[in-house]
Design a protein around this ligand. Structure first.
Ligand code: ATP
Ligand code: MG
Length: 512
């Protein structure tokens, strides 16, 4: 350790003297001075031990995420970022040199060089810019769907039974109207016997579920579910030059649907979990997944949902995936999850109100003992500074270190809309996912049969052009009421005759 570093700081710094590859976060702050000879970093091999980036508004959380993400990419690790405010797309373009960046770089001992990183932009259900990401209803599964529908525990359990029924019958729930058709059938006179067979599912609860699915569709959620279903292995790619691909999910356009997008993020993670093999501890992760505004994931979450998150986070580590939660205070994250987040970057907290003071004290308690008065330090940190503790290469927590962070080398803020659009259209994935395909599934088959059975019916349903309100409830009622559903359910069941295995979250995936 360099002589110029005072002894207590020297001790902290020695906790970050690593031998292997690392993400360089910044330089130690000690008694108001920034010490470039005392770098603070996270070992690359410990990124699958998850992390938390927290702090008040405007303190630098998103830039920290960008900083970590770009170094991961440079080290060949693919990254997934949820861009909720639309200020992360700049990671694909070189940053702008300037006085402030230069000054910061000098203070922290960073050789700053403008650089963009290979990025792919996605959007949910084709809303806003980006390659559309959709899930099938079957793939999404009952636990996540219950969360977005706002179902209570009894209803959640009942939806699980409905999925189980559809799985067993081989009924493909591709989109929301397929689910609606199945639930409508179960609540119809023809379906009553089936409903009884299922056991534990009351007609009243099925009715409530039917109404919430219908209401959900009316809010325009139809476009998020269907085919082609997004293949989460797209997130694991590297660019031709070997750097990790940064997948940015642009969510600004669906900001008003926080329950939906936060649950979709969980679906991506659950689906990855389902598909990835065990990998043990790797020299570097296969993917690091950043969940910004993570509190949204936990508000209104059921016990089943919380348990599934906790389990997924616990187990995905050995599949080589690191998960970083980004949120205002550690209190936003349930303690079972928080306990698994080994790498912590805590930006400044405010202490204006009694609630703030409480949150501050609670935050301090989540840190190991340190050489600092953390209450004082945490309220005094500047923008782009943080209190940090990570896991050392041996897996032990490093000493708590107040740190001035490096500046991202890519552009801070969004790239312009035209550049983003061009990147999306040039992507080889665009063709694969751009257009929704409404292949024949339960609903269409039923509609076609009903059409043949009832020739007096005025007009055939328009089976194409997803997104519009092309099907009406009365048709479902007719279809289901016509009595063909039952035989169809049987025939489809035997035709496919394949069992669907569901993961922790009840998510499922068809072999691709
Ligand atoms: N590491 C850094 N290097 C240089 N500038 C930074 C850094 N961190 C933060 N800043 C500056 O602070 C501003 C706010 O940072 P950022 O957007 O990351 O805050 P935030 O905590 O994500 O805010 P919000 O809660 O509103 O999303 C940035 O626009 C940038 O100018
Ligand atoms: Mg932010």
């Amino acid at each position: 350790m360099v002589e110029s570093v005072p002894p207590p700081a020297r001790e902290i710094a020695s906790g970050y003297a690593l031998t292997g590859a690392a993400i360089e976060l910044g330089a130690l702050l000690w008694e108001g001075r920034c010490l470039p000879e005392a770098p603070i970093r996270i070992p690359l091999s410990m990124l699958n031990r998850h992390g938390l980036v927290a702090g008040a508004t405007g303190t630098g959380k998103t830039k920290t995420l960008q900083l970590i993400a770009e170094q991961l990419s440079a080290n060949g690790v693919p990254v997934f970022l949820a861009d909720i405010k639309g200020d992360v797309s700049g990671i694909s373009a070189p940053g702008q040199p300037g006085e402030r960046v230069g000054e910061r770089a000098a203070q922290v001992g960073q050789e700053w060089e403008a650089r963009g990183f290979p990025a792919e932009f996605y959007g949910l259900g084709g809303i806003g810019p980006g390659i559309p990401v959709r899930a099938t209803v079957t793939g999404f599964g009952p636990v996540l769907l219950s969360k977005v529908l706002g179902l209570n525990p009894t209803q959640e359990q009942s939806l699980g039974l409905i999925f189980h029924y559809a799985d067993a019958k081989g009924l493909e729930l591709v989109d929301l109207k397929d689910l609606r058709a199945v639930v409508a059938f179960l609540t119809s006179p023809e379906g009553r016997a089936e409903l009884k067979d299922i056991g534990g599912l009351s007609a009243a609860t099925a009715g409530v579920i039917l109404r919430s699915v219908t209401a959900f569709e009316q809010q325009g959620a139809g476009g998020f579910f269907g085919e082609p279903e997004f293949d989460t292995s797209e997130l694991l790619r590297t660019a031709p030059d070997g750097s990790g691909l940064v997948s940015v999910l642009e969510l600004a356009a669906v900001q008003g649907k926080p329950q939906l997008f936060s649950t979709f993020l969980m679906w991506l993670l659950a689906d990855l979990f389902h598909e990835l093999p065990e990998a043990g501890d790797l020299a570097k992760p296969k993917l690091v997944f950043f969940l910004d505004e993570a509190h949204l994931l936990f508000t209104g979450a059921s016990k089943a949902f919380l348990e599934a998150i906790t389990q997924t986070v616990r187990l995905i580590r050995s599949k080589g995936v690191g998960v970083f939660f980004v949120t205002q205070t550690p209190k936003d994250v349930p303690s079972d999850v928080l306990a698994q987040l080994g790498n912590r970057v805590q930006h400044a907290l405010r202490a204006f109100t009694p609630e703030d003071a409480k949150a501050l004290k609670a935050t301090v308690r989540t840190f190991p003992n340190s050489a600092y008065d953390l209450e004082e330090v945490l309220t005094g940190l500047g923008t782009g500074e943080a209190v940090i503790t990570v896991l050392s290469e041996s897996g032990a927590p490093t000493p708590v270190a107040a740190t001035r962070l490096r500046a991202p080398q890519s552009l801070m803020g969004p790239v312009d809309a035209a550049a983003l659009d061009a990147a999306v259209r040039e992507s080889p994935l665009y063709e694969r996912y751009a257009r929704a395909v409404d292949r024949e599934s339960a609903f269409e088959k039923l509609a076609a049969k009903a059409e043949r059975a009832e020739p007096e019916q005025e007009k055939a349903p328009e089976p194409k052009a997803r997104g519009g309100d092309r099907d009406d409830g009365s048709l479902v009622e007719q279809v289901v009421g016509s009595g063909v559903f039952r035989s169809l359910a049987r025939s489809v069941g035997t035709q496919i005759g394949r069992e669907i295995t569901r993961s922790l979250f009840g998510t499922a995936r068809r072999r691709r």
